[in-house]
Design a protein around this ligand. Structure first.
Ligand code: NAP
Length: 275
């Protein structure tokens, strides 16, 4: 993916990505550093804005308005979580949807819901790419998504539905989770619960995608118990599976945003970013 994106960046000539990090959350600093390293490595001009924890909400919104108007900026990413005095929804909605490389803006979420081309959150987009790369049939498959967040579970369910899977979405109030997961041909675990999915919850031969990132004193672990590997046809590792794909898809989204903006400039009419 990174090689493909690097070739696209070279062809476009220039792609600009600006990230905004507010505050001192240590995990956020690690994520932003990784995103910058990856962006720079593929030739994306990455601009790293870091603001103090006590930055007023208005100041962040003003900055986003400036970035929206800046022709040099193709993609904007506001690292979440934001400090509690800032309304996250307001910040996301302040980003120009055509520059929203995280795909979190309601306009992009709505387009995804309608099955129209748009900027899609990197984690589910990366999972679709993994399924395609390993030639996992989605058409007619029963896909079970555990988790219904706006950044993973819901967009994941929509993408699988678009790919003609029959989709079940489970969450913390689901009764008898095992009954559902045992029937999954494709199982996406995105609950953020250490080893929630045991080997007794996986159908033999199923494709299991582990999105979970659970930090413990012993290291980083997923939502799927490693013993499930014996039954699963495929199982993504944690770390080293969905995480790196998410970063790669962020870079892909920056290229998509740059392309669609270029198109707008040449055709002078609104155009939707394609995937
Ligand atoms: P989130 O916003 O906390 O959502 C978790 C979802 O899981 C919720 O819908 C919740 O149900 C559901 N859930 C929690 N406990 C459950 C249980 N025991 N049984 C069934 N469902 C349960 O988390 P998120 O942002 O979607 O992230 C999920 C995980 O993926 C986290 O570990 C996160 O760190 C990881 N993640 C990884 C990447 C990556 O790049 N690898 C990217 C994003 C997230 P309710 O809705 O009922 O509360």
């Amino acid at each position: 993916m990174r090689e493909e994106v690097a070739a696209d960046v070279a062809e476009l000539g220039s792609v600009g990505l600006t990230t905004v990090l507010v505050g001192d959350d240590p995990a956020s600093h690690v994520y932003i550093n990784a995103k910058h390293k990856a962006a720079t490595a593929v030739g994306i001009r990455a601009n790293d804005i870091r603001l103090p924890e006590d930055t007023p909400e208005d100041e962040l919104l003003d900055l986003l308005a400036q970035l929206n108007a800046d022709e040099e900026v193709d993609g904007i990413l506001v690292q979440l979580p934001l400090p509690s005095h800032i309304d996250e929804a307001k910040a996301i909605e302040a980003i120009d949807p055509s520059k929203d490389v995280d795909g979190f803006h309601p306009m992009n979420a709505g387009r995804l819901y309608l099955g129209r081309p748009t900027l899609v959150p990197g984690t589910p987009l990366g999972i679709m790419r993994l399924l395609a790369e390993y030639e996992i049939e989605t058409k007619g498959a029963h896909a079970v998504v555990v988790g219904r967040s706006a950044i993973v579970g819901k967009p994941m369910a929509h993408l699988l539905l678009q790919a003609n899977a029959t989709v079940t979405v489970c969450h913390s109030r689901t009764v008898d989770l095992q009954k559902h997961t045992l029937d999954a041909d494709i199982l996406v675990a995105a609950a953020g619960q250490l080893h929630l999915i045991g080997a007794d919850m996986v159908k033999a031969g199923a494709t299991v995608i582990d999105v979970g990132m659970n930090r413990t004193d012993a290291g980083l672990f997923g939502d799927v118990d490693p013993s499930a590997a014996e039954l699963a046809g495929h199982l993504t590792p944690v770390p080293g599976g969905v995480g790196p794909m998410t970063v790669a898809m962020l870079l892909r989204n920056a290229v998509t945003a740059a392309r669609s903006r270029g198109l707008e400039a040449t055709t002078a009419k609104p155009s939707l970013p394609g995937r």
